[in-house]
Design a protein around this ligand. Sequence first.
Ligand SMILES: *[C@@H]1O[C@H](CO)[C@@H](O)[C@H](O)[C@H]1NC(C)=O
Ligand SMILES: *[C@@H]1O[C@H](CO)[C@@H](O)[C@H](O)[C@H]1NC(C)=O
Length: 469
Amino acid sequence: MRSLAMPPQGLPLSRMAPLGMLLGLLIASCFTFCLSRQNPEFALTNTEKSSTKETERKETTAEEELDPEVLEVFHPTHEWEPLRPGQAVPAGSHVRLNLQTGAREVKLQDEDKFRNNLKGSKKGKRLNINTNTYTSQDLKSALAKFKEGVETETSKEDKARQAEVKRLFRPIEELKKDFEELNVVIESDMQIMVRLINKFNSSSSSLEEKIAALFDLEYYVHQMDNAQDLFSFGGLQVVINGLNSTEPLVKEYAAFVLGAAFSSNPKVQVEAIEGGALQKLLVILATEQPLTAKKKVLFALCSLLRHFPYAQQQFLKLGGLQVLRSLVQEKGTEVLAVRVVTLLYDLVTEKMFAEEEAKLTREMSPEKLQQYRQVHLLPGLREQGWCEITAHLLALPEHDAREKVLQTLGTLLATCRDRFRQDPQLSRMLASLQAEYQALATLELQDGEDEGYFRELLGSINSLLKELR
Ligand SMILES: *[C@@H]1O[C@H](CO)[C@@H](O)[C@H](O)[C@H]1NC(C)=O
Ligand SMILES: *[C@@H]1O[C@H](CO)[C@@H](O)[C@H](O)[C@H]1NC(C)=O
């Protein structure tokens, strides 16, 4: 999410020059083009990503930070303000990374109209203005002209004027040629990724530049074929090796990229296992690191393990359950604990579904089923005390955290029943939660909500109590 007016990376002023020319060209040539089609064929790089990608990115960010239903929407103003984890921003907001604090900051875009006229992009093509330079003052005056043009154009239905504009309209190929002459390059996603990886891999890049490169890269690898291309030119390994960096921020943003790249992308998941990503992720989780880094690493681990039984086996072999156990038992990691429990829930149910599916449809490949059968997750969970650990997470104060824990306790019931029965703390907690949700469910009912959230939670608690009697 970049803006011409204030690029987060701070495009050096020295690189800003024949803007007049560039904008002149845009205004003269692209003018009707942009107006007549809400979706012009290209956009200025570092301005705006296409709206579909924007949505994708937001979804993953949401998944990575918190459940979508508890996502809080942050309403930016015209000042930079810090963005807390788990907060979502409206599309088109301007986000930057503050390297001093590691926080993300957000504000409203200033030049919305301008951007709306220029934005939108054909998949994989965008205009890179790297080699050209401009100042924000140039931009503002060009913008003023541009807006004037927009108004006269839309308000008047002057035929002659339209003909004049049509005359100025030129096909996109011609435009591209003009841009090439201006040294403005239209880069493919692949070229952009290569450039970003080179930036990140270069020893002459500053920490800030490296983080910015990873931050930008994350946006590209949401697309499955981009993530596979990243592997094919060796970029994936460079990012995986970034997990070894001594800089916590590099670890964090490398994991951020990997989490997006692995997501539902089996080819990349396989390559990542080959490239040693699993060990590196576990090492980070097992050592002293900032919580923000661990969050992103846990997210990457989840994307790597989901729907990939081979990786799950390796995870168990490498002592992944012990690593996660230490993680949830550290102080101040409650937010991670809920995610860990969610991961375990997902893995347990995934394996169950695989068995079910194999029984019902015969569509599952025998190898895949075989792979799932070799994931000995439940015995491992029982041996390593996860029955108790999970049960005690019911003490978390948030309803949605308890909901996840209750769900997981239900899934572990067959494996953990005796442990649960012998756990006095669990029965006390269940009794107290039963009373609490009984009261809340009553209130909910008074509000006319007869299939409410609290009633559902109460239902889970009641059935768990019944099973443990
Ligand atoms: C990254 O840098 C290393 C060492 O400078 C180099 O050997 C390697 O080829 C680079 N990788 C990529 C993908 O550019
Ligand atoms: C990265 O870290 C892992 C685990 O800490 C270590 O085994 C490996 O040798 C390191 N690799 C590099 C390239 O430094």
